[in-house]
Every structure is written in C-alpha cells, then in structure tokens.
Design a protein around this ligand. Structure first.
Ligand SMILES: [Zn+2]
Ligand SMILES: [Zn+2]
Length: 339
C-alpha cells in the first residue's frame, strides 16, 4: 500500500527534534518543529508548505531563518502554526534583517497562533518588507487547525510551564486500487488514477458502512479514463478503501497527570507517535522542574493510547553515555502498563 505520508526524522534523539513529511506524489512537504534543520537539503526545504511549531524554545525554532532563506523567492505561501506567542516570535525573527531588496518577491508568510479558543492569524508579505499585517481570527473547533482534501491537522494546547502545542496529522481514508477489478473493467494503470483519487477526496468522505459517502449534495462527477468519461461511482468497484494513517507529534510537555491524560486521548490509535522521553524515572524531580516527560510516562502514553509505532526523538544530553537505559524504560513501561 502506498502511504500518503513519508516521514524523515532529521536528527538523532540528542539533536533537536524535527520531522519532515513528504506527501506522496505531491511536490509538497510538512515540517514539525524547526530547531537544527541543517541536515534538510535546500531543495527539500523548498517544498515545505506548512510548519507546525510546538513552542519557541531555541531547540525547536532556531531553523526559522534557514527556511526563510530557502524559500525567499518562492511564489507558494508558507504557513506557520504555533502557540500563542508564535506571531510575536516570527515578527521578531523577521525584524532581525533588512528587507529593502525583496519588494518584487511574491512570498507570503501566514502565521497562526493556536490559543486554545481561537486561531489568531497574521501575514507578512515580502512585497511589504515583511511588515506584520493582521488577518481575521478563525474558530478553533474540534481541535482542527487545517483541513484539506488529502489530510487534516489537529492540535491541542498543553503545558510545558509555558503553552506548548501537540499536533496530529490524519488522512481521512486511504484509497487503494484493486488491480484485479481494474483489469476486469478493461482499464489500465495511469495518471488518471491520481485524478480519480483527488476527486474522491474532494467529494467523498469515509463512511464505515458504505465506505464512501458524498460530502455535499450529490452532483454527478465524471472521470476521464482510458475508456472515456465514466461516472465516478461506477469506478467504486476498482477501489479498496482502508483506514487512513494518523501521525502524532508531542514534544516538551510537563509530566502532570492532566497533561498526560489529554495527550493519551489526543494521540489515540495513532499509527506513529513521535514523542520525547527526556528523563529517566529516577530523575522525576528534574522532569517536574523542567516540564518534560520521563521515559516511563512516554511508554505509558503510547500503551494507553494504543499507538502502533513509537519513535523517541528528544532525550536529555545527560544520558548521552547510556541512551539504552531510556529506550529500556520506555519498552518496559509499554509492557507493564495496562490499556
Ligand atoms: Zn522546551
Ligand atoms: Zn526541547
């Protein structure tokens, strides 16, 4: 099965946490956190359309300048999401340079601060020397911050002593092509299947009984196939619909019960969870003081949420001599926690 989300972890667990996600067959990528991103090649940075920042501690945000430099002449806009102070932080970064030579550039940066109740927006245009401009705030409903035909992104505001945002990237459903049925219908594989998938995502949502259900009032949609134009619903028999993938990203949260409870429900049934495991349990005092998770709590979250794959990204440098202890504690906790 071809996956929509192709992720790359940029640094090792002692480097700054950052995940790059390439979308299948799209010249487009998403980035979670932008600390040290020097390992992302220039041409890959150019594809980044949306950046999801958990918080603006330097190990999660220092790479912002590098992104701007890479995309400065780009015509596609950049969207940056983050906690309540993200607009101020982006503005601060942009004010750190002189912009008298960019007025011809089409670049537009949209920034969205997730405050818990609403999403406050701002934009910065190269043509205007990146001066801050207000945009209308959006409601923050059901945790949704971005909804597109291909995927959705949800967010939750948690505590790290300061507000921190965790994200989940979800594909509503996944469309596979049943090659046997395709042949039976006398059709061949080709780029038209990409168009079929796009139209399906635009006009149909997942339904547990019928598999696919029209999103709005039914209008007839036709697809150009090698055999001419065919009504989209007649093509349903060549499809195999499966559950879409869910990828969650949770960094730098304090180990308080309330935080942990909210994370568990937020990352429920994730296929992949990227999470910190910053301290060992024996250093719980330190974890509480620094507002980070322990390996034991990270394991517990993954188990209670039914996460399939857990990727540890952020470990305190104090364990650099013996990181195996962290992984062991996570695994032990996953084995011993009851769902
Ligand atoms: Zn932090
Ligand atoms: Zn951090």
């Amino acid at each position: 099965m071809a996956r929509l989300f192709h992720y790359k972890v940029i640094n090792n667990a002692f480097g700054d946490p950052c995940v790059f996600i390439q979308l299948l067959r799209e010249k487009r990528a998403l980035l979670f956190d932008i600390g040290d991103i020097r390992k992302i090649p220039f041409n890959e940075l150019l594809k980044v359309s949306d950046i999801f920042v958990t918080h603006t501690h330097i190990d999660h945000f220092i790479g912002f300048d590098q992104v701007i430099r890479a995309i400065l002449r780009r015509s596609e806009p950049l969207r940056v999401y983050g906690p309540e102070n993200i607009i101020e932080c982006v503005n601060g970064k942009l004010r750190g340079y002189t912009w008298n030579l960019v007025s011809e550039y089409p670049l537009k940066i949209e920034v969205y601060a997730i405050t818990g109740r609403e999403i406050v927006g701002a934009k910065f245009l190269a043509s205007n020397g990146f001066k801050i401009e207000e945009v209308r705030s959006l409601p923050f409903k059901n945790g949704l911050i971005l909804e597109e035909p291909l995927f959705k992104v949800r967010a939750v505001v948690l505590s790290h002593g300061i507000p921190v945002v965790a994200y989940s990237l979800e594909e509503d459903y996944h469309i596979n092509i049943n090659k046997v049925e395709l042949q039976k219908a006398g059709l061949n594989v080709g780029p038209w299947l990409g168009e079929l998938k796009k139209q399906l995502k635009l006009h149909y949502k997942y339904d547990p009984v019928k598999n696919l259900k029209p999103k709005n009032r039914k209008k007839s949609i036709e697809i150009e196939t090698p055999k001419g134009r065919i009504n989209i619903e007649e093509l349903f028999r060549i499809l195999k619909i499966t559950k879409g993938e869910k990828i969650a990203y949770v960094m730098d949260i304090s180990p308080q019960k309330d935080n942990v409870k909210r994370v568990i429900s937020f990352v429920k049934d994730a296929d992949v969870l990227f999470c910190e495991a910053y301290f060992l349990s024996k250093d719980l005092d330190r974890a509480i003081e620094r507002n980070h998770l322990t390996a034991q709590i990270t394991g517990e979250i993954a188990k209670k949420a039914g996460v399939k794959e857990l990727k540890i990204l952020h470990i305190s440098p104090k364990y650099i001599e013996n990181p195996a202890e962290i992984y062991r504690e996570v695994e032990l906790s996953r084995e011993q926690t009851r769902e």
